[in-house]
Design a protein around this ligand. Sequence first.
Ligand SMILES: C[S@@+](CC[C@H](N)C(=O)[O-])C[C@H]1O[C@@H](n2cnc3c(N)ncnc32)[C@H](O)[C@@H]1O
Length: 379
Amino acid sequence: MAWLDIDGHERELDRWPQGAPGGLLAWDAADEYLVGQWRALAPGAGPRLLLVDDHWGALAVALAPMRPVSWGDSHLGHLALAANLARCGLPADAVPFVPSVDIPAGPFDVALVRLPKALDALEDTLRRLRPVLREGALVLAGGMIKHTPTRAWRLLEQCLGPAPTTPGWKKARVGAATFTSPPLGPPVAPPAYAVPGDQLELRGAPGVFGGGHLDGGAALLLRHLPRADEALTAADLGCGDGILALALARRCPRALVLAVDESHRAAACAAANLDRNFPQPDEAARVTVAVADGLADVAPGSLDLVLCNPPFHQGHAVSDVAAARLFAQALAALRPGGRLLVVGNRHLGHHAKLDRLFGNHELVDGDGRFVVVAATRRD
Ligand SMILES: C[S@@+](CC[C@H](N)C(=O)[O-])C[C@H]1O[C@@H](n2cnc3c(N)ncnc32)[C@H](O)[C@@H]1O
């Protein structure tokens, strides 16, 4: 927990989950710079304001009196926004949230955009932003310089219009685009890949892990998914494009599989891949795709198997804090005797976390880069 000071008002903010280890702040200088530029270039309560990919609700809390709408991809970001509004004594509906896969009702006069890590996600967001912007709208896009590739600024100009950038401030930069509806070619179709052994074809989507390619870790884990005729309840924890959930559903014809991700883009991508690969309604009904904070909403002791290729970043920092939290959720959701099957980069040492939580681990497979480790819930 820490305090953000904007205009002499101190606001208490936290990430989601709250109080997580790692000591990462819920805002950065790019948030402060964006709010400062908004004050300089578009003050006043009149214009309709849209916040795009506001990480943990810092922009929303600072600009709540302007009644902005928040449009974002992260469910954890949405949970943080709600918690931070409450913490700052603001009403829950002060800043409504619209998931990235829907389009907020425009038109907007001003948008504040946190530049995402993935440029394909940025281009997709900017393309879908265009129809809800008023001609001449001001779009302030900001990020930390070291995390913002030069191409992000070019994309801003190509998709929206002239976008001079500001001088760097506390290692952050903001581009101020004026929306002029520049002509755009059609978007590039996301790539697809096949997993012939499971008769699957998966299509990627902007901002979704893997980018339309089979991840090396997922490929290693696929070698160890069970084949079983008996009924089975399972979850793919952090499903991305849905590869692990769909392969398991293919191999276990009586399995009920929950595919869950905190990214709205990922869940929509997994749902589209489910439709593409399981056209029969009774087959498709065995897989449920959900947006959630991992297994937080799953009944304790209800699952036989959890598959997890966990995230290895917290924001831009390489970290395994998020993975440890997901493993703890898996332990709670598994029935006694249930198994967690994890793949991860060798150097992350997930086996030690499993030992700590489950009191056991089994090394299943490994290559130069990844290891597959399993743990069993004992009681
Ligand atoms: C390394 S990717 C794995 C994707 C896919 N399962 C695969 O193997 O290709 C990790 C995924 O976990 C998701 N994720 C991160 N934190 C999460 C959370 N708290 N709850 C659900 N999903 C989460 C990310 O959005 C990302 O899609």
